[in-house]
Design a protein around this ligand. Structure first.
Ligand code: S3P
Length: 172
């Protein structure tokens, strides 16, 4: 059950659908929707790749955490779609605790399918090594943290946006 002081925070791996599902749910619940990556791009006035390239990942993580803290501290409840790496920081994970955190999970195969179809700015996957291998490594490094941080988990493989939303709505 959600209370009127909680944000609804979507976490999960790149390409799992946090923004799509978050946006639709926010519309149905009449809550503001915030996409953390978009907020970073807006406030930094440059793309995620530009930030990674010129400042490195640790700078990106610092900015990501600062903006996340800012958003979460806003008393007005909202639906927040985070970036896939949000669970890497202890501080971010503690900030999630008073709120309702929903983990969207998918198999590596379907994540790979989605990520390769999307034209999104994902510097972590632009590697010289095999992308699927890179995704597999990151996925296994993070799985435990995703699951630890979640109030509940929704499996998304072979489900439509509508049925995923319905499943979430039934748990709120
Ligand atoms: C990242 C995921 C991206 C973005 C950045 C880092 C990650 O967001 O924040 O490229 O570490 O998993 P999406 O999960 O929305 O792709």
């Amino acid at each position: 059950m959600i209370n009127d002081k909680q944000h609804l925070i979507f976490i999960g791996f790149m390409g799992v659908g946090k923004s799509t599902i978050g946006k639709e749910l926010s519309r149905q619940l009449h809550l503001p929707f915030i996409d953390l990556d978009e907020e970073i791009v807006r406030r930094e006035n440059r793309t995620i790749s530009e930030i990674f390239q010129s400042e490195g990942e640790s700078f990106f993580r610092k900015v990501e955490s600062e903006i996340f803290a800012d958003i979460v501290q806003n008393k007005k409840p909202s639906v927040i779609a985070t970036g896939g790496g949000i669970i890497l920081s202890d501080q971010n994970r503690s900030l999630m605790k008073p709120h309702l955190t929903i983990l969207l999970e998918a198999s590596l195969d379907s994540l790979f399918d989605r990520v390769t179809k999307q034209q999104q700015d994902r510097p972590l996957l632009k590697t010289d090594t095999d992308m699927k291998l890179r995704m597999k490594e990151l996925y296994h490094q993070r799985l435990r943290l995703y699951r630890q941080s979640a109030d509940f988990i929704i499996l998304t493989d072979n489900k439509s946006v509508d049925s995923i939303i319905e499943e979430i709505q039934n748990k709120l």
